[in-house]
Unconditional design. Structure first.
Length: 263
């Protein structure tokens, strides 16, 4: 089984090793791939859960995620209690287990065959993803359903925002939550992009390399998946040939609002 461990521990944080160790104790034959998202970024977490879970991959696949800002209750926490654990079975039979917080399930809500609470302790440890949750996750992927609790109504899961930065890759390209098929402009249209306090000209195209070097492209990127109706969603990216789009916009954080308008 392939396990994607998606969490906000921090790049090269030993927490990844500790959680992996517990998962492998229970599933010794599993292969684990770790993905670090920005601290408390449920939007980036939700985006990558969907990108990894909804695209083709091994049939035996678990996405184990932990991004728990503990923002569901502003009062003092008793026994390190945080947001609860959930289990999702996607329409392609991929298993998703992790904390439901903010937007972690938002990109999945149209692709689930089952989504339920998991009856495990919401507290007991500051490090629940190591000490409390692995045993439940492994039991669920083995088909043991005793821990499944109440079904979660999809209306309770917020829709993903349609105007945010969701990721910046190592080249400075910025992925957004703007669906490519939501834009009704002729290709090669000059547009004005605003992210935070920074404004820049860009060229709206249907391919990121269809611009001269030094030009900012606003184009469908490499991320997306097939919807249940058979259509494909592609997410818009900002791409600066021979440059760094993120630096042009002063390296905006994930969840920053992005707007565009034709010039």
């Amino acid at each position: 089984m392939l396990i994607y461990l998606v969490a906000d521990y921090g790049i090269n944080d030993p927490a990844f090793a500790e959680v992996s160790q517990q998962l492998l104790k229970l599933l010794p034959s599993a292969k684990i791939q770790c993905l670090s998202v920005p601290a408390f970024s449920t939007l980036a977490t939700g985006f990558w859960i969907a990108q990894l879970g909804l695209n083709s991959g091994p049939s035996e696949r678990l996405i184990y995620h932990n991004c728990a800002p503990r923002q569901d209750n502003k009062e003092a926490r008793v026994n390190n209690e945080g947001e609860g654990l959930t289990y999702v079975k996607l329409v392609n039979d991929v298993n998703v287990v992790g904390v439901w917080a903010g937007y972690t399930l938002s990109f999945l809500k149209d692709y689930v065959s089952l989504v339920k609470e998991v009856n495990v302790s919401r507290g007991g440890s500051q490090f629940r993803s190591r000490d409390v949750f692995p045993a439940a996750a492994v039991a669920l992927v083995k088909g043991e359903t005793q821990l499944l609790g109440n079904e979660i109504n999809l209306s309770q899961i917020p829709d993903p925002p349609s105007d945010r930065v969701v990721w910046c890759d190592g080249y400075g390209n910025m992925k957004t939550s703007i669906a490519a098929d939501s834009i009704d402009l002729p290709h090669q249209t000059s547009v004005t992009i605003r992210i935070g306090d920074v404004v820049s000209d860009a060229l709206y195209t249907d391919g990121t390399f269809e611009v001269p070097e030094g030009t900012l492209a606003f184009a469908p990127g490499s991320s997306g998946w097939v919807r249940c109706d058979g259509t494909t969603v592609r997410w818009m990216e900002l791409f600066l040939r021979r440059g760094n789009a993120s630096k042009r916009f002063n390296q905006p954080p994930v969840n920053q609002v992005i707007t565009y308008q034709p010039r």
